[in-house]
Write a protein that binds this ligand. Structure first.
Ligand code: SF4
Length: 371
């Protein structure tokens, strides 16, 4: 298939793996974080980790939007969904994320009208078709999906819809990455930058990583050759003593991002002073809420929500997984009490979650000695 097969060429993959091998210093251990959950999924789907030298370790970051939603926000969503007259919409993954008293799917089984949508525009269509119902869209995602919510809000406002609102859980990627860089738990040598987010925000927002923390960043695509080339580019920077933001995903990511999408986000959203991330705690200015201009569409203003902070289950180590401190198989409940069918933590729900990626592609234990 055009634009796919050329990025999955096994011969080129082996050539890149050989270049990576020749770039590493024997005896040095390299830790490279892929920020985005989409990358984690691709790495295990295509066995990229198996092509890397044993002393190049890929560490998984906090860039899975479903994984970072805390239990309290799920509880808030369920509280809205169970109010009379409400028709609650969300993406499929969100239905299975555990709150403190079950999931949205459990609430649906109890009788709440909760429907899966593929896009916020689906929710808008449902609102038009059901003028006697309050239709709420549970918005999640990083800067990748925030523009589609923003454009939907603009359309709802232009149409004068009064029965549509949005519970905004959009988050931004730079603050958690900065928090990780400040963490004494983690020593990282470089970052595979989040290609999807960068299609919207561009490469510039990541310049602080080399400037303030002296680590290279390579914005990467999601195909096997993209990821191998990105690792090779990071190792080449380290070998040359360079430290900069490079863009491997130039075919999709413009340096300045998508200006139309950024304008729509600036119109519809403003930064929250702080937001709780599952397992990571509160991070300041790391999430979006609806701007004053869209206050009429803000579900958190329209409905009463508990807004209570809920601690993660004791067995859950999603925080450590999201910070790259442990690998999924190191969590005591991985693959036993916690599986994709019956997840305890969020990292087992979405295919982009590290635990789900490890489980689905059979990484149940350390397979090789890292030197
Ligand atoms: S195995 Fe389950 S509980 Fe453990 S870190 Fe992964 S998602 Fe969380």
């Amino acid at each position: 298939m055009r634009f796919v097969d050329e990025f999955r060429d096994a011969e080129l993959g082996r050539a890149l793996a050989a270049e990576i091998l020749s770039a590493v210093e024997p005896g040095r251990h390299y830790k490279v974080m892929e920020v985005c959950g989409g990358h984690t999924h691709s790495i295990y789907k295509y066995g990229i980790d198996g092509l890397l030298p044993a002393n190049v370790e890929l560490v998984h970051g906090p860039g899975c939007p479903v994984c970072v939603i805390p239990m309290g926000r799920v509880d808030d969503g369920i509280a809205i969904a169970e109010q009379p007259g409400v028709l609650f919409t969300c993406f499929g993954d969100m239905l299975r994320v555990p709150g403190s008293h079950g999931t949205l799917l459990d609430a649906k089984a109890r009788g709440a009208d909760i429907r899966m949508v593929y896009s916020p525009l689906d929710a808008l269509r449902i609102a038009r078709a059901n003028p006697d119902r309050e239709v709420v869209f549970f918005a999640i995602g990083f800067e990748t999906t925030a523009p589609s919510t923003a454009l939907t809000l603009q359309r709802a406002k232009a149409e004068g819809l009064t029965n549509f609102s949005c519970m905004c859980n959009h988050v931004t990627i730079v603050p958690p990455v900065r928090a990780l860089l400040e963490s004494p738990d983690l020593r990282l040598d470089g970052f595979i930058g989040p290609g999807h987010v960068c299609t919207v925000v561009g490469a510039r927002p990541f310049r602080f990583i080399p400037a303030d923390y002296g680590r290279p960043v390579v914005i990467s695509g999601f195909e096997p050759l993209d990821l191998l080339q990105s690792v090779q580019m990071i190792l080449a920077q380290l070998a040359d003593g360079r430290c900069e933001v490079e863009n491997q995903y130039k075919r999709v990511v413009p340096d300045d991002g998508n200006l139309r999408a950024l304008e729509a986000m600036a119109d519809a959203f403003e930064l929250r002073p702080h937001f709780e991330w599952r397992g990571l705690g509160f991070i300041s200015q790391s999430a979006l809420k609806l701007s004053e201009r869209y206050a009429d569409f803000d579900a958190e203003l329209r409905f009463a929500v508990p807004g209570v902070r809920v601690a993660d289950p004791k067995a859950c180590q999603c925080g450590e997984v999201l910070k790259g401190v442990i690998k999924p198989w190191e969590c005591k409940v991985f693959g036993t009490a916690c599986t994709p069918e019956r997840p305890i933590g969020t990292c087992m729900v979405s295919p982009e979650g590290a635990c789900a990626a490890y489980y689905n592609y059979g990484r149940f234990a350390r397979e090789r000695e890292v030197v």
